[in-house]
Design a protein around this ligand. Structure first.
Ligand code: NAD
Ligand code: GLY
Length: 358
């Protein structure tokens, strides 16, 4: 097992990465000295596979868990579902010392985290992420929230979990497309922060694609370490944390303008990273060899790297980019790469260069 610390003063916590961790959920929660009543929030796909083990582990450690199951998918990330969860928590008399376990992918983590941040003005929560994307990204760093009809993640809170348990065995049942989507975020960490990790990914891709446990343990732990370092310096995204959005300005616009659901998040940000690399060549002089390596690694990971758009779709994409949360003073700002392993945030890009890259 690997342990990564997220350094946030009194809100610091550990991320534990390894196999068989779900069966240790109860023991790990007991070390945190939380109240004995708790709720697992999960979705139907994840619940039918892992809820029993989680409930058993919590009960064996003396906790009194209840199970709240929501439909799988992005549609559960909405205010109405938050209210349903509050009602269940209140019905089961969860109180201030009680805690929530978010068992699932990023949807469950964001929803359950927001419920935990706001129920009784905040109760503790533990993340047990079960997708690759959730283990390397969404469960770490405390961004929680839900969508509005007008856009994704428009309501939320920064609220840190007390512990993140990344059980690599949960990937055994994760559909291939979801797994590959998570790999796009893994590649991103190499581009933004760690050229050595990027080279390791190039070298060990075959092992990663067959979900080799030892390789995954190193890679997931390294991605969490990078995210922890970044969040430790800039928890609420006033600066540095923006680097985690490499490929996301264009990626989010692709998700939005194509209607959510056509592309998975990682698929859209794979295309977004390739487009951002092209912009980086023009604006920051990213060597063409580096841009080629980024595109090639994403392509070899089974991810889409380009998108054919007709003029109407192009217009929609540009409109979506202007609506992105990362727009500042009416200007779209980009995270761009100087070389693999080093990026700059807040870059302005002339409109004609953007048009060429997309
Ligand atoms: P998801 O939670 O929808 O999970 C994907 C699918 O896989 C779902 O159908 C789920 O039921 C299923 N699943 C999950 N684990 C499984 C397993 N082990 N075996 C079988 N099926 C499993 O999607 P996701 O990609 O994990 O997360 C996407 C969400 O994360 C988006 O809402 C996005 O906005 C959010 N996100 C948040 C942050 C953050 O910092 N908070 C960062 C990135 C993404
Ligand atoms: N996923 C981007 C962030 O956590 O800031």
């Amino acid at each position: 097992m690997r342990i990564v610390q997220v350094p946030l003063g009194s809100r610091s916590y550990a991320i534990k990465v390894g196999g068989g961790l779900l069966s240790r959920l109860g023991a790990e929660c007991a070390r945190l000295k939380l109240g004995h009543r708790c709720a697992i929030i999960t979705d139907f796909n994840v619940g039918k596979r892992f809820a029993k083990a989680a409930l058993k582990s919590l009960s064996a450690s003396g906790f009194d868990p209840v199970l709240i199951t929501v439909p799988a998918g992005e549609k559960s990330k909405r205010i109405g579902m938050v209210e349903k969860c509050y009602n269940q928590l209140a019905t089961h008399r969860l109180e201030r010392k009680s805690f929530i376990v978010a068992l699932g992918g990023g949807v469950v983590g964001d929803l359950a985290g927001f419920v935990a941040a706001t129920y009784l003005r905040g109760i503790p929560f533990v993340q047990v992420p079960t997708t690759l994307l959730a283990q390397v990204d969404s469960s770490v760093g405390g961004k929680t929230g839900v969508n509005l009809k007008l856009g994704k993640n428009l309501v939320g809170a920064f609220y840190q979990p007390r512990l993140v348990l990344c059980d690599l065995d949960t990937f055994k049942t994760l559909p291939k497309r979801e797994y590959l989507s998570g790999l796009a975020e893994v590649v991103k960490y190499g581009v933004i922060y760690d050229g050595v990790l990027f080279t390791q990914l190039e070298r060990n891709l075959a092992k990663l694609l067959r979900r080799d446990r030892l390789t995954l343990c190193d890679v997931v732990a390294r991605c969490c370490e990078i995210k922890a370092e970044v969040v430790g310096q800039d928890e609420t995204e006033s600066g540095l944390r923006a680097i985690l959005n490499f490929g996301h300005t264009i990626g989010h616009a692709i998700e939005n303008s194509s209607g959510y659901g056509k592309f998975l998040h990682g698929e859209a940000i794979s295309i977004g990273q390739v487009a951002a690399s092209k912009l980086s060549q023009k604006v920051l002089g990213l060597p063409s060899g580096d841009a080629g390596r980024i595109e090639s690694l994403l392509h070899r990971s089974g991810l889409p790297v380009k998108l054919k758009l007709n003029p109407r779709q192009r217009k929609k994409l540009f409109a979506a980019m202007r609506l992105d949360k990362k727009v500042s003073d009416g200007e779209v700002r980009f995270v761009l790469a100087e070389k693999i392993g080093r990026v700059r945030f807040g870059c302005q890009v002339p409109a004609e260069l953007l048009a060429q890259a997309v």
